[in-house]
Design a protein around this ligand. Structure first.
Ligand code: ADP
Length: 273
């Protein structure tokens, strides 16, 4: 708690009391801590690949460059770390774009059909799905219309489908479904992958939080995917939930407010977005 006090006087200057103002600075302090931790995390995440790149470059300059086979191997490793840096920076830029737009005039929502957004997102994940021999099953209610930013929502679904593929074994099933349930649109991304222990669920959507750091790295994860999803869903006035059983699989559920539009009927202008 921060306090500030000043004397209270009558117009003739006679002191009649003291004005004490209490500021609740807990929230400010918490924000400050979050900001500081974030900066430390970013620095750490960027420093790791940079240190590796520098190390392998030094090894090459120290003589390894004369052994073509070793040189090629080291260059591949350098390339992998450079790709990692690019992925981190791209994800940081996406996060800050959504945050900034959310803070200013919003991300710009338009009434649009949901099914094409989901199909496009699944298509973006095709390469990884094929690599893992996973046929992503899509089951969308074609009539669902909602107030969305198609570009950002596609990004959120891409991140969730990509995770479902990353954290599932070869040949497992991934299902994406969208439905209108009462006055909200539900998008479910379901996998039969490794699952997430309950103790990790409360922090799962924090930036750079990972259950298994080495698995995330191996799969090319940045630890920012779910934070991006959360920000996008919140910018739509929606909610994101997860249900998971270790060893059995996970289901991520996006719930967005809708303006209706089922079976081609014109929805009421209720301004619910
Ligand atoms: P990452 O880039 O590491 O995948 P995310 O923010 O997308 O980062 O996810 C955070 C962590 O949550 C992941 O590192 C992983 O441990 C866990 N996770 C996310 N999605 C799934 C899933 N579908 N199945 C199992 N674990 C998951």
């Amino acid at each position: 708690l921060g306090t500030h006090s000043s004397p209270l006087r009558e117009s003739n200057g006679k002191r009649i009391g003291t004005l004490i103002v209490f500021h609740d600075i807990t929230r400010l302090r918490r924000l400050e801590t979050v900001r500081r931790e974030f900066a430390a995390n970013v620095s750490h995440e960027i420093k790791t690949p940079l240190t590796a790149i520098k190390g392998f470059v030094e090894t090459l300059l120290g003589g390894a460059v004369d052994d073509p086979e070793a040189a090629r191997r080291f260059l591949r490793i350098i390339e992998k770390h450079a790709d990692r840096l690019t992925a981190i920076i791209e994800d940081l830029m996406k996060l800050s774009e959504i945050e900034q737009k959310g803070r200013n005039r919003g991300i710009g929502l338009k009434r649009e059909a949901m099914a094409p957004v989901i199909r496009n997102a699944v298509e973006v994940c095709r390469v990884r799905a094929d690599e893992k021999k996973i046929a992503v099953e899509v089951d969308c209610d074609e009539a669902v219309v909602a107030e969305i930013n198609a570009h950002f929502l596609e990004q959120a679904v891409v991140n969730l489908v990509d995770n479902a593929l990353k954290y599932s074994g070869t040949g497992k099933a991934v299902r994406v479904r969208s439905r209108l349930i009462k006055d909200s649109v539900e998008i479910r991304i379901e996998d039969e992958g490794i699952g997430i222990p309950g103790s990790h669920l409360p922090r799962l959507f924090e930036r750079f939080y990972r259950v298994d750091k080495s698995r995330s790295r191996k799969e090319g994860g940045t630890g920012l995917g779910l934070a991006i999803v959360k920000h996008i869903v919140q910018a739509h006035g929606g909610k994101i939930d997860v249900e998971s059983t270790p060893g059995k699989g996970s289901t991520f559920i996006i719930r967005l407010p809708t303006v209706g539009g089922v079976n081609g009927t014109d929805p009421p202008e209720c301004g619910s977005a």
